[in-house]
Design a protein around this ligand. Structure first.
Ligand SMILES: Cc1ncc(COP(=O)(O)O)c(C=O)c1O
Length: 453
């Protein structure tokens, strides 16, 4: 049942309109009782329907590190829309996609130099998994189809992504995905409250040898991990861990995929997590910060040997080598937005700026230790995660998501947007944030965490 009543507290949005939109990753029933409506954004702030300024403590969804409403991006989009609004993505090209692909390769670690465009992080993951399987088939090793993900990993919401992902609520109701098994996560109790990369836990990479012993390398296409797990609540890699994964993959002829949908283009204080942590994968997935979140776009960046394998086995030259792609792959307006966005990152040295202010952010974040309910704090670059102890109900059944939800809602009322997910509060500050903004966010957060029961 819907009705058309416009509830004044719904800011001019009728109940029928509210009902019509099935919102993603949202408690629809709760949201629609008291909608949080954002009307505009500028710099590091949103303006809500009541005209309140709200600090963007997660850069959108880890997307808008350069701040909102950047005129350079807006202008690039307008010009592109007026010049070439769309070009068929298959069999035809337009100049900006090639310029952007080349620009992206310049920001990658050496060796990652072939770019396939997608429309989102989930599509990037799906594309990388398919490229990996296809690569082995083309190499004459068609049995290499299994993937190894990691517990607490998030790789988007498509079937491949939820299969390799390690967050069970995202898969529980959807049934069979693709063949995947999982490494243990690296969130060790002895690493609680460690600042930056934990020194303990590198040995957990050896678990990969165990999985290979069980399944055999002849059945495994690739290992996929986020260099820093974001959506699980910011889990930086232990020292030596990624390097060891790389060594084991090399030893057994297994591809290594880094899902850098959150970590690429500045958030770690470098162009990529791979560069920051000193380990180069065979395939990398990116999205989010690529266009500063302004227009959906993702990409997979591959080592040349993978691309060359497809070309060499592609049959007659008029044939397509990879039967895969999206209507919106390399969309001209997304390419224009990405070029403008990468220009801003370069001109304003934003990755460098992240590195410079990260120690202040780290200290400020960890000063929350000692607030009620906090059982762990983690950080790297301008990413931070706080674990909140589960709220026990009268029946004794813990509700890990309840306190983080209450904290995030109270923060919103106080003029700060932070993300809650599972038993964590997540922070992904704009690269352009100031030190006083960090102070006021942390002050409000500490006070709010102490306020919840
Ligand atoms: C590491 C990682 N991979 C994939 C995705 C999915 O991206 P999208 O929501 O654009 O499909 C996300 C989104 O947060 C992510 O963090």
């Amino acid at each position: 049942m819907t009705n058309n009543t416009t509830n004044s507290s719904n800011h001019g949005i009728s109940q029928a309109q509210l009902d019509a939109h099935w919102m993603p990753f949202t408690g629809n029933r709760e949201f629609k009782k008291d909608p949080r409506i954002i009307m505009s954004a500028q710099g590091n702030y949103y303006t809500d329907a009541n005209g309140r300024q709200i600090f963007d403590g997660l850069s959108g969804l880890w997307t808008c590190g350069a701040g909102h409403a950047r005129p350079e991006i807006t202008a690039a989009i307008a010009t592109q829309a007026a010049t070439l609004d769309y070009a068929p993505a298959f069999q035809f090209g337009h100049p900006k996609s090639f310029e952007l692909a080349h620009r992206i390769t310049q920001l990658m670690p050496d060796g990652l130099n072939r770019v396939f465009f997608t429309g989102s992080g989930s599509e990037s993951v799906e594309t990388a998994l398919k490229i990996a399987r296809g690569y082995w088939r083309k190499q004459g090793q068609a049995s290499k189809t299994r993937f190894i993900g990691r517990s607490k990993g998030y790789h988007g919401v498509n079937y491949g992504g939820i299969s390799v992902g390690g967050l069970s609520p995202n898969r529980a109701i959807f049934g069979q995905g693709i063949e995947a098994c999982h490494l243990p996560h690296t969130m060790l109790s002895e690493n609680k409250f460690v600042q930056g990369m934990p020194s303990k836990g590198g040995y957990l990479a050896e678990e990969l040898e165990q999985l290979i012993a069980v399944y055999d390398a002849s059945t495994i296409a690739a290992v996929i991990v986020e260099p820093l797990a974001g959506s699980a609540g910011v889990i930086p890699p232990p020292v030596g861990y990624l390097k060891r994964l790389r060594e084991i993959c090399n030893k057994h002829n297994i591809l290594l995929i880094f899902d850098e949908v959150i970590t690429a283009f500045g958030r770690m204080g470098a162009n990529t997590g791979a560069a920051e942590f000193g380990v180069t994968p065979d395939l990398m997935t990116v999205a989010k910060q690529l266009t500063n979140g302004v227009i959906p776009m993702g990409a997979v960046i591959a080592k040349q040997a993978i691309y060359d394998t497809y070309m060499e086995t592609g049959g007659p030259e008029y044939m397509l080598e990879l039967p895969h792609g999206y209507t919106y792959s390399a969309h001209p307006i997304a390419c224009a937005a990405a070029l403008a966005s990468l220009d801003i990152l370069a001109k304003e040295n934003l990755a460098e700026r992240v590195k410079t202010i990260a120690p202040y952010f780290q200290e400020s974040l960890h000063s929350l230790k000692g607030c009620d309910h906090i059982s762990d704090i983690r950080n790297y670059g301008l990413a931070g995660g706080i674990t909140i102890e589960a709220f026990g109900t009268e029946q004794g059944k813990p509700e890990p998501g309840k306190r983080p939800y209450e904290i995030a809602m109270k923060m919103w009322q106080k003029g700060f947007y932070v993300r809650y997910g599972g038993d964590t509060i997540q922070l992904g500050l704009p690269f352009t944030c100031t030190l006083p903004e960090i102070d006021s966010l942390m002050n409000a957060l500490g006070e709010t965490i102490n306020e919840v029961n």
